[in-house]
Each structure stands twice: as C-alpha cells, then as structure tokens.
Design a protein around this ligand. Structure first.
Ligand SMILES: Cc1cc2nc3c(=O)[nH]c(=O)nc-3n(C[C@H](O)[C@H](O)[C@H](O)COP(=O)(O)OP(=O)(O)OC[C@H]3O[C@@H](n4cnc5c(N)ncnc54)[C@H](O)[C@@H]3O)c2cc1C
Length: 398
C-alpha cells in the first residue's frame, strides 16, 4: 500500500491538468487511468478553444446550456491557453487566430446580437458583422451567411498533444501515472480515502474524480449518486489541403465547427450525435451525423465540397443534465472532488488550476459556485453505496 497527497481518477485532459497543478504545488500525486491515457473524450475531441459565447445546443440536444454564464470561465481559460506551451515546454499546436460564428436566419441574427451584448458585458472583445462584411473578412464564407460575430481569441490545440504534455510535465515534477489501472473502490477510512485497484490500494486525503463520462460510476464507488447524462458525438475529417482556412468557423443555430489543423486536414464537428453510444466498449459514428454535418459545413464554406472525406469517429462526452460544467468538492464526502461536463477541453487549464486551489484552501481565479456538484447529487448520506450509478444516458437519435 502507498500513500499520496492526492489521487486523480482518469487521465484525460482534466486529470492531466489537475495533476500538473497539484504536483507543482508540491503534493505527491498519483493518476490512475483504467485504459490508455487520453483515449476517451480528450483524445477524440475537436480541440476547439471556444472563447466567444458558444451555441446553446448541439444537434439533438434537449436542454440548452446557459452560454452567458460560461463567459467568465472562457475568458479566464483564454489567458491560460496563451501561456500553456511555454509552461509545459511543449508544442501543442495552439493556434489562437480567432473565429467567426455565423448566422443565416433572422432569429439567428437576433441570437448573435444578444450574445454580442453578453460578450461586451463580460469584457470579451467581439465584433458583430453583417454578411458582406463577414465575407470581406473571410471570402470563403458562402452566400447564405447573413451575419457573424468575430472573436480574435478563438482557437485550437492539438488534442493528441495536450493531455500527454500535461502528464509529462506532471511526471517531471514527480507525479506517478498508472495506465490500465481502473479504480474499483473508494472507501473512507478515518481522515483518508482508501483507493482500490486490481493492482493495489492507496491511501490519500484527496481524491479527484475526473473520469469524464464515467463520473457517475466513480462517484457511486464513494456512495454518491451523481446525475450525469453522457452522450457520444462524432467528428469528420477531410484529406489534407494547402493552408486556406486560418480561423475557426462556427454556426450559432446548428452546432457546427470547422477549422484547418496544422497538418492541413479540415476538421468538421459541432456535436452531431453518434450512431451509437457505448460506454462499455466503443461508440460508433453514423451516416446521419455525417450527412447533416457535411451539408451544413458545405453550405457555410462551399470550398469544402471539393475535398474528399478521410475518416470519421465518435467520442464520449460527459454532459450534465443541465449541460453546464461541474466542478468542486462533493457534498458530504470530505476530500472528494469532481470536475467535468461541457467544453472541458477549453476549460482544462482553468479547471485544473481551480481544483488545485480548492484543494489547497485557496480562492479560485473565478467564482465557480454555479457549477458546484451539489445540484447533481442526492443529499449527502442518502445515497446507497451499493446502488447503481444514476446515469441518464443521452439519446443518440441517428
Ligand atoms: C467528438 C468530441 C468533440 C469535442 N469538441 C470539443 C471542443 O471542440 N472544445 C471543447 O472545449 N470540448 C470539446 N469536447 C469536450 C471535451 O473534449 C471533453 O469534455 C474533455 O476532453 C473531457 O476531458 P476529461 O478529462 O474530463 O474526460 P475524458 O477525456 O473522457 O477522460 C476521462 C478518463 O477517465 C478514465 N476513467 C473512467 N473510469 C475510470 C476508473 N474507474 N478508473 C480510472 N480511470 C477511469 C477514462 O478511461 C478516461 O480516460 C468534445 C468532445 C468530443 C467527444
């Protein structure tokens, strides 16, 4: 048996960023990952750094998220991504070249105007453009675009590099990462948690649950019923093209994101539901998501029509029932913390720092009380440790 100051469950980008923050603060840290690190949401993500207000619904999403409430976190995350490569001493292919969010209908134009007001209120510099001005700025935009907001901070980081670089930096500071080691038990023993795995057990005062779509399952090990509603969404990628698109392009009404990555491929996404979500195995991408996403992307950026599609894939997303992030101490379970939920790639540096500050009794950079886990948990003590996790599986309508 080993003792650590903190044990982190899950080696996606959130677990990795938290490990670095805690190791940097001098804590002894163990990261336990049931599979290969960065294989799930963090390795299959689109990797967009969403700094302007996000669209409120993925295609098929039942509950809209409160995009105004996310803006302070997006602004803070932007500042941290600006420093990430230098801090991690790694090339993450961070591109903060800005992005457009486009509208086509009158209702979408109204939504753009509203979100532009929110952004100004939050101190984020965005510009509202009519269709012609948007096409002057980005001639690749098609004729159906009637307005756009421009945000100079939107961007992208390579998801295959981000979490591994955080883990490497944490390791350099002494953190230990055990892959293929699932956490199978969480038991409170006096002032400590006993963390069980098939390969041994560890005692620690602090457990951080960054298990993504499996947050409910890990919470249940500690006797906590945490309501999550994971979904699987899919991505599409074209063959490589000479550099043509230097900005992120999104759609306010229809959940669409398009960008060109460093290797030259065009990445199409925006939250289209996968054909099948399978949290026990592999989710699979389907034709309905593909045709829906490609049709809208070609309408907004007609040049895409001449590019061949290379591949598509599905990845799991740790959505909450209200579609907002979750971060903070779990009520009634001293020393147990959780973080996850929407846009966790964008928020990773911020949520890592926030968790570390909370664990050390310091004030987070921004107020995250609206994202506290208590809104998703049964009252402390009510949960039956033996009961199955309350996971409302999201629908995958394709
Ligand atoms: C297709 C797609 C596109 C997306 N696009 C964007 C985007 O453009 N921008 C953005 O900001 N966000 C985006 N997201 C969301 C974002 O990528 C994810 O929310 C984020 O990467 C999740 O990180 P995480 O570390 O919380 O979870 P994950 O990366 O899912 O990691 C959780 C880890 O916990 C491990 N685990 C689970 N149970 C256990 C256990 N019992 N013991 C040990 N380990 C365990 C899992 O194996 C997994 O590796 C997208 C997501 C997807 C799927």
């Amino acid at each position: 048996m080993n003792a650590y100051d903190a044990v982190i469950v899950g080696a996606g980008v959130l677990g990795a960023a938290t490990a670095l923050e805690l190791a940097e603060a001098g804590l002894s840290v163990l990261v336990l990952e049931r599979g290969a690190p960065n294989r799930e949401g963090s390795g299959t993500t689109a990797g967009n750094l969403h700094i302007q207000a996000v669209h409120t619904r993925r295609p098929g999403q039942a509950v809209p998220l409160d995009s105004e409430a996310l803006l302070p976190a997006q602004k803070a995350a932007d500042g941290l991504w600006a420093l990430a490569e230098e801090r991690l001493d790694a090339d993450l292919e961070v591109r903060r070249n800005g992005g457009f969010m486009v509208a086509e209908t009158a209702e979408q134009r109204r939504e753009l105007r509203t979100k532009h007001v929110w952004e100004r209120r939050a101190g984020l510099r965005t510009e509202l453009l009519d269709g012609d001005a948007a096409r002057d700025a980005l001639p690749l935009l098609g004729p159906t675009v009637t307005a756009a907001t421009w945000c100079p901070h939107d961007g992208y980081a390579n998801p295959l590099k981000a979490a591994p670089a955080y883990l490497a930096a944490a390791r350099r500071l002494g953190a230990r990462v055990e892959a293929f080691t699932p956490v199978t038990g969480l038991e409170r023993r006096g002032p400590a948690w006993r963390v069980r795995t098939p390969r041994g057990r560890h005692d620690t005062p602090v457990v951080v649950n960054t298990a993504g779509p499996w947050i409910s399952d890990v919470s249940a090990l500690a006797g906590v019923d945490m309501r999550m509603s994971p979904v699987a969404i899919q991505m599409h990628v074209t063959v490589r093209e000479r550099p043509v698109l230097h900005h992120l392009v999104q759609h306010i009404g229809e959940g669409m994101s398009v960008k060109q990555v460093t290797a030259g491929n065009l990445l199409l996404g925006g939250g289209w539901p996968a054909r099948r979500m399978d949290l026990d195995g592999r989710s699979s991408a389907g034709v309905a998501g593909l045709t829906g996403n490609v049709a809208q992307a070609v309408r907004i950026l007609p040049f895409l029509a001449r590019l061949r599609l290379l591949r598509m894939w599905a990845g799991p997303l740790a959505a909450t029932p209200d579609e907002m992030p979750v971060i903070g101490p779990v009520p009634g379970r001293e020393g147990l913390y959780v973080a996850g939920g929407t846009y966790a790639f964008t928020f990773a540096p911020l949520w890592g720092e926030t968790l570390a500050r909370m664990i050390r009794g310091e004030r987070p950079r921004i107020d995250v009380s609206a994202f506290a886990p208590d809104r998703l948990t049964a009252p402390a003590g009510d949960a039956d440790p033996a009961a199955p996790a309350h996971t409302e599986k999201g629908t995958a309508p394709c």
